[in-house]
Write a protein of this length. Structure first.
Length: 124
């Protein structure tokens, strides 16, 4: 696939920010030098740039981390520090399925947000 150099470029962080901040009461706060996305001061997504790789770390339901990493280790990985708690890393410097990423972020939000806020997602 050839990319038209005149085509508008979309910064993955900008797209991630749109997804995260569209969720009820979600806010962005810089933590450890990186943008984090929170609901009621609890992190549900962290944007990371390390070793020249750009990614987002999200909380995942039990078993999902292993399934995602096993299915596509080029896009998904076990992140340091939080991976042992089931979080999954999603690379943003490869071809990105934005619908899939939005689903992963939303699931992380649902696991983090108070039930009343998470229930608002079902009303959309």
């Amino acid at each position: 696939m050839t990319t038209d150099p005149r085509a508008p470029r979309h910064d993955p962080l900008d797209r991630l920010r749109e997804i995260c901040l569209a969720l009820p009461e979600a806010v962005e706060k810089e933590t450890w030098g990186d943008p984090t996305f929170r609901v009621r001061d609890k992190i549900f997504a962290m944007h990371k740039v390390g070793d020249g790789r750009e990614s987002v770390w999200c909380k995942a339901p039990p078993g999902a981390q292993g399934v995602l990493v096993g299915a596509d280790p080029g896009r998904f990985y076990v992140p340091p520090y939080v991976g042992h708690n089931g979080w999954v890393g999603v690379r943003l410097d490869v071809e990105i399925d934005w619908d899939e990423l939005a689903d992963i972020v939303e699931e992380s939000y649902r696991m983090t947000a108070p039930k009343r806020l998470a229930a608002l997602l079902d009303q959309r």
